[in-house]
Design a protein around this ligand. Structure first.
Ligand SMILES: [Zn+2]
Length: 240
């Protein structure tokens, strides 16, 4: 069987038969892949805990006829231990891997930028660099922006005038609207909420680290992600 080697983050695992698991991973060079890890559910297995969610591994994969098979996995960064030791970080990491899994739907399509964003977010969680929920929400918004759903927040999406106050946000129209143009589906957003939402999208930690995430900002992240991913991120609810 031909082999390929890549670096990957484990997004999800599922049981397969008595002793095996299917591991869903986002890789640096091969996009999202699913591969079987044989014997991984036996007490003594050659993979140890290296194929658990949030692990960043160097993998050697054998291309199979139906499913690929993990032949080797070495840990690169042990994000999993510090993340799992902190409940908030664990929940946020759940949001992150669930988002990556849903957002990158095609397998074997290279997405190095999404991969970079993913390891950046897990690294920040593992190091307790910022409030975990903010890391999760910022990741969600930035991953969606990279996928083409960047919210337009600086100017009205209808007339192009700079966003004033009051500002309205229409998720379906992709950004803010002025008082004159706002459509019935839009809702009014306080400047402080808009500012925080924009900071999440930019990954602007100077703004974000200076305060708590407002409930209205979190709601915008939920609305935006549900609309553009066409389904809710289940783990996001746990963060509330
Ligand atoms: Zn306008």
């Amino acid at each position: 069987m031909p082999l390929y080697r890549d670096e990957a983050v484990v997004l999800r695992t599922a049981k397969l038969g008595e002793a095996d698991r299917i591991i869903t991973m986002l890789t640096r060079g091969h996009g999202k892949i699913r591969a079987v890890a044989k014997g991984v559910r036996k007490v003594r297995n050659r993979f140890g805990g290296r194929l658990e969610p949030f692990m960043r591994v160097d993998v050697l994969i054998a291309t199979g006829r139906s499913l690929d098979v993990v032949s080797q996995a070495d840990a690169i960064a042990a994000y999993a231990a510090p993340i799992c030791a902190d409940y908030d970080a664990y929940v946020a990491a759940g949001v992150i891997v669930e988002t990556a899994d849903k957002l990158v739907s095609a397998e074997h399509e290279r997405t190095p930028v999404q991969y970079q964003l993913l390891i950046g977010a897990l690294n920040a969680l593992a190091k307790h660099a910022h409030a975990p929920a903010m890391v999760g929400d910022s990741y969600v918004m930035r991953a969606l922006a990279l996928a083409g759903w960047l919210p337009r927040l600086a100017a009205c999406v209808v007339c192009g005038d700079p966003a004033g106050s009051p500002a309205y946000l229409s998720v379906a129209s992709g950004g803010v609207m002025c008082a004159a143009d706002h459509t019935p589906d839009s809702h009014r957003v306080e400047p402080v909420v808009l500012n925080q939402f924009a900071a999440l999208v930019r990954g602007d930690w100077t703004v974000l680290d200076s305060g708590e995430l407002l409930p209205d900002t979190r709601r915008l992240v939920e609305e935006w992600s549900e609309y553009y991913m066409e389904r809710p991120i289940r783990s996001l609810r746990l963060l509330d």
